[in-house]
Design a protein around this ligand. Structure first.
Ligand SMILES: [Ca+2]
Ligand SMILES: [Ca+2]
Ligand SMILES: [Ca+2]
Length: 174
């Protein structure tokens, strides 16, 4: 915890009952209450299908496990989820989420407000293993764009146009 005097102190993380293969938290204030929330990807699972986890910041230095949101109830096959990225894709003032799965493509969630999301069908569904995703405004038009790194036998980096779901450029590397 940042003490505001160039020092950090360790605070207990708490036990949220998550599988031990949670691979890190991706922070974002999805409900716009001013408190950071966490998406926790569950990776390299050998438990069959698995769900990821969403933790909501409660404002008292603890988190609550969210169970009534599609992000936390969608099942992921294969080896689970690599990573995720929050970004306000549709520019409506709340962060949306792209979830990068090892064998199930990516899940793209639009934030509907009030703590709920809708999973959209996008080209990302068919892209196999998604290693990572990054939001940024590469053409400086004020709209977020999305770059993904994915694997279909070789590694690729693809750049997706904002809102259209259409891959506009791409390059591959090994
Ligand atoms: Ca929040
Ligand atoms: Ca949004
Ligand atoms: Ca842009």
């Amino acid at each position: 915890m940042n003490e505001g005097n160039d020092h950090f102190t360790s605070v207990p993380g708490g036990d949220y009952g998550l599988p031990r293969k949670a691979s890190g938290g991706i922070s974002g204030d999805y409900d716009n209450d001013g408190w950071i929330d966490l998406f926790m990807p569950i990776a390299w699972t050998d438990f069959g299908t698995q769900t990821n986890a969403l933790l909501r910041g409660l404002g008292d230095r603890t988190f609550g496990v969210v169970t009534d949101c599609v992000i936390a109830t969608d099942t992921v096959g294969g080896r689970g989820t690599n990573a995720a990225a929050w970004g306000d894709w549709d520019g409506d003032g709340d962060v949306d989420l792209v979830v990068c799965n090892m064998e199930d493509g990516a899940f793209f969630y639009r934030n509907d407000g009030h703590g709920q999301f809708t999973r959209l069908t996008t080209i990302l569904d068919q892209m196999g293993t998604i290693i990572h995703a990054y939001w940024g405004d590469y053409d400086n038009d004020g709209l977020l764009d999305l770059a993904v790194t994915y694997w279909d036998g070789t590694y690729h980096t693809g750049l997706l146009g904002t809102r259209t779901g259409t891959r506009t450029t791409g390059s591959s590397s090994t």
